[in-house]
Design a protein around this ligand. Sequence first.
Ligand SMILES: Cc1cc2nc3c(=O)[nH]c(=O)nc-3n(C[C@H](O)[C@H](O)[C@H](O)COP(=O)(O)O)c2cc1C
Length: 216
Amino acid sequence: MKKLFAIAILATIILGTSCQQQQPVTQTPEPTPESNTTIEDILSRRSIRAYKEQDVPRDLLNQIVECGIWAPNGMNAQQWEVRIVDSKEWLDNITAAYKESVKGTPTERMVEQPEFKNMFRNAPAVIFVAHKPGHCTQVDCGLMAGNMMLAATSLDLGSICMMGPIGFFRTEEGKPFLESLNLSEGYELLLCVGIGYADEEPKPTPRNMDVVQYVE
Ligand SMILES: Cc1cc2nc3c(=O)[nH]c(=O)nc-3n(C[C@H](O)[C@H](O)[C@H](O)COP(=O)(O)O)c2cc1C
């Protein structure tokens, strides 16, 4: 009987392990007992697209941006510039111009939805990151954005990285808003990070651990 029990346990372990191997998609990352708050924040961070109508205090925005500036970057060249917009008026104005520009296109329906508050996935504060195009600068800015989003998570704030809205700044209608960001000569807008108090709890999006291999 004891032997049968042992075999059953062994089979469960083996089957369980092989199922995990066959199903590389991680649905809900579970912090392990060795996890710390950094790991928990990394695993629990989600892109947020619905925010409460609550301003983000500037001291928190400053902390988030400082964490971004402390990101590793190629040769510490820091070929980046950061602009923070928490003005509802600015965000509403650019969104109005964007809405006007998509009239008659398939995007028009999306911007007319009641849940569409602004073109930055409704975030009440947006951090714009520009780079002076160079060998490492896109990677640098991505690391900066990653730091910012993790800092936001640790401060109980929601966040989202976005490249979609950047295209609008290159249009004729978007030009005045690009100018208002006052970027230095040679700098190009690359991405933005929306920040705010989350008004949703999205489920984790699938991840594929099969892409990882140890090389012996
Ligand atoms: C470089 C980059 C650009 C992105 N651009 C957009 C965007 O324009 N609009 C959007 O809704 N989400 C955007 N995202 C968010 C991704 O869709 C999201 O990170 C991905 O689906 C994984 O979900 P998670 O962040 O909740 O884990 C972007 C993310 C990255 C890293």
